[in-house]
Structures are given as structure tokens and as C-alpha cells.
Ligand binder design. Sequence first.
Ligand SMILES: Nc1ncnc2c1ncn2[C@@H]1O[C@H](COP(=O)(O)OP(=O)(O)O)[C@@H](O)[C@H]1O
Ligand SMILES: [Mg+2]
Length: 286
Amino acid sequence: MSLTIDRLTKRYQNKIAVDQVSLSLENGVYGLLGANGAGKSTLMRMICGILNPTAGEIKWNGIDVSEEDYRDVLGYLPQDFGYYPEFTAYDFMMYMASLKGVPKNRAKEKTKELLEIVSLSNVAKKKIKTFSGGMKQRLGIAQALLNNPKILILDEPTAGLDPKERIRFRNLISKLGTDRIVLLSTHIVLDVEYIANTILMMKDGKLIHQGALDEIIKVIENKVFECVVDNKMAISLSQQHPIINIRNEGTEVFLRLVANSVPYANASLSKATLEDLYLYYFSEGN
Ligand SMILES: Nc1ncnc2c1ncn2[C@@H]1O[C@H](COP(=O)(O)OP(=O)(O)O)[C@@H](O)[C@H]1O
Ligand SMILES: [Mg+2]
């Protein structure tokens, strides 16, 4: 089971939203990480067949997706998913199942099973308008699973989750990734750091990195430094190096930055994190 994307491109008028993205996905969790406007949703919508690519191709097990019943293997949670506030979770699932052409008896079974999986069984008969952000997102994932998809696409599924809900969400996603492809997008580094087997970093429509966390982190390994300096030196250093974090305390300035060699006498080497790499690429001017 593999999804292969070859030089996939989307152009809107004169804007290239996705620029020659090539990827090969197998079972597991993939975290698509990028700032707003990077092209994540556009890429996902093309993978789901909702948006036609300008160029490039998508193949499922070697067959072009436009040539087969590919939708049957897809589950999708859009970024701007519309929930019906007056529906109960149960009714909403049954409604989505009917839209997807799942027969009624099967839909009942599936709804019960999926609400269990996303821990919403106890509120199945409650109206969606009473749900927290996390509960709605879990319901969104449940509806995406109605057809037992081999490819699950979740666009910014962690938006609006509180810390507790985030942990619950991570556990659910890692489970789902054991026997299917899960591709989830986010602009929050922490959300992919622990759950994604593979991280895909996107910037300005291009895939700038892909690999396991420890692989992609190598880019800035032994290049992250911390130092405490005065204001003048802080300005000077920030003109020479990408700054990851800056914090003022009285007359002292705490800096975390990326440099090829020791940037300042008292600077100490720090362990690189995915957040460093992300900020390194997405901070202004980089
Ligand atoms: N329908 C559209 N028409 C024109 N430009 C679009 C359209 N949809 C998205 N864009 C542009 O394409 C770029 C990528 O958008 P999007 O895929 O939504 O990024 P992301 O999901 O990473 O925030 C942005 O610059 C956005 O403004
Ligand atoms: Mg988006």
C-alpha cells in the first residue's frame, strides 16, 4: 500500500501554492509542518481529489488516482470542517455515513464502534453545540474513519485543543497510524514532534525537508547556541545569525541562535530541537 506523489504542482492565477512536491507515503503517521500559507491545505486537497493539480501526478499502489475508485480508500477532515450544532454526535455520524453511501445497519455498527474509539460514546446523544473544541475534532476524525480508509488526511486537526486533549489526540493518531497512512498538517511543532514517524516540512509551496525527526534535525545539529549578552551585542549577533529566541531581563539579553561556529565567547552549545529547526526556517528573512 503506497501513495506516491510526483512533482505535484498547483498554480492559482500567478501564485504557485504547491511547487513540484514529490513524496512517497506508506503506513504510518506523517506530520506536514508549515506556516500559514505554506501550501499544506492545497496539497491535501489535491491528494483527496477535491482540487485538480496544475501538473504532476498522484498514484495509489502504482495506479493513477483519477483512474480508479480511489475515494473509497480516503478519509478526510478538512481544515474548515462544518459541524451541525443542533445534531447529536450520533445523528451526525449517521448523516455522514449516509452521504458516504454506507448502508444503514452497517452505519449504526460503525458509528458505535468509532464513537468508542474517539472516546465520545458517553456523549453520543448530546448536541454538538455543547462540545469542546477537542470533542468536535475527535468527532471529525470519527466521521473521516467511517469507510475504514487506508489513507487518512487530517488538515490542522489539533487547532483549538487544550493540552489534555492534545495528549488524547496523539494517542489516538498513533494507534490509527499502525495500519494506514495518516497525513496530518499543523503549524504547531509540538504536535508532530511526538506522534509523526516522518516529518514533512513545507515552505512557500515546496517540501524543504522530509525524514524522521532525528534525521531532519541534523541540519542544525551542533549549531544551536545560547548566550547572555548586553543589548548592543544582541543587536550585532542578530545581524549575523538567525535568532531562534530572544528574551530581555533587565539589561541582559538571553539569546538562542543558529551559527556554524561559536558566535560569542560565553555562548554554550545547546541540543537542537524540531522547534529550533522550524523557527530557523520560518523566522523572518530566512
Ligand atoms: N483558491 C485560491 N485562490 C488563490 N490563492 C489561493 C487559493 N487557495 C489558497 N491560495 C493561496 O495559496 C497559498 C497556500 O495556501 P494554503 O494551501 O491554504 O496554505 P496552508 O494550508 O499551508 O495555510 C496561500 O498563499 C494562499 O493564499
Ligand atoms: Mg491550511
